[in-house]
Design a protein around this ligand. Structure first.
Ligand code: ATP
Ligand code: MG
Length: 227
């Protein structure tokens, strides 16, 4: 068994020492195997998004360690963390950060425009990614002209542009209906099975939790149950 992610007694405290102090994540230790889907469940405010941002190198733990593969990434410099994040992690956020005036292809190509890849090559790769999520018929539509499910697929395509090893998804089904959620989950499952992607997802949705291989239930920043 190869571990993609391991957290060791991780804490995240916001505003430490102030009256606004929040221990958003408290002493979380989890292991996520490569090529599997792990879900974080639990009520609103239980620390799911914070845990995802710790794993996704968007924030550092206040205490404890986060390993990606065998590397302890919690102590790496910000430069290395940014490089690692760009090269190995894809994100699907709770709020979709797409640019409404740009087409599906242009939005998906964006992450590659700040690398040394040419614009036409970036758009070519973006088209391939969009086609792989069944968006061939809407490549040149502006994102304001797309349905909720189509938007979700644009977000997946964009999250996969750097061929990540780890995909982090925060409430991926929050703006789509049951049929589209099923479609989304099937698409992601295929990528896990075929490409060895590791997915960590936070969700309230029973369908998403059921779909995952392992579920960690949080309450008040702590894991209360693994199922
Ligand atoms: N940047 C921040 N500064 C201060 N407190 C924060 C910050 N981010 C989150 N919190 C607090 O940490 C707690 C956990 O928040 P988090 O967003 O991780 O919860 P969640 O489980 O993702 O909730 P939801 O299901 O509503 O998305 C909440 O009480 C929240 O108010
Ligand atoms: Mg959240």
């Amino acid at each position: 068994m190869t571990l993609a992610i391991r957290t060791e007694n991780v804490w995240k405290t916001y505003h430490p020492g102030s009256p606004r102090q929040v221990d958003a994540v408290r002493d979380i230790s989890i292991e996520i195997e490569e090529g599997t889907i792990a879900a974080l469940g639990g009520p609103s405010g239980s620390g799911k998004s914070t845990a995802l941002s710790l794993i996704g190198l968007l924030t550092r733990p206040s205490q404890g360690k986060v390993y990606l593969g065998t590397e302890d990434v919690s102590k790496l410099s910000e430069v290395f963390r940014t490089k690692m994040r760009r090269e190995t992690i894809g994100f699907i956020f709770q709020t979709q950060y797409l640019i409404p005036q740009l087409s599906a292809v242009e939005n998906v190509a964006l992450p590659l425009l700040c690398t040394d890849i040419s614009r036409s090559k970036a758009e070519e790769i973006a088209k391939e990614r969009l086609i792989s999520v069944d968006m061939e018929h809407r490549l040149d539509f502006r994102v304001v002209e797309l349905s909720g499910g189509e938007l979700q697929r644009v977000c997946i395509a964009r999250a996969l542009m750097n061929n990540p090893k780890i995909l982090i998804a925060d409430e991926p089904s929050s703006s789509i209906d049951e049929a589209l959620t099923k479609e989304l989950l099937n698409t992601l499952r295929t990528m896990v099975d075929d490409e060895g992607l590791t997915v960590v997802v936070a969700s309230h949705d029973p369908m998403v939790l059921q779909w995952a291989d392992v579920r960690h239930l949080l309450h008040d920043g702590q894991i209360v149950q693994d199922v």
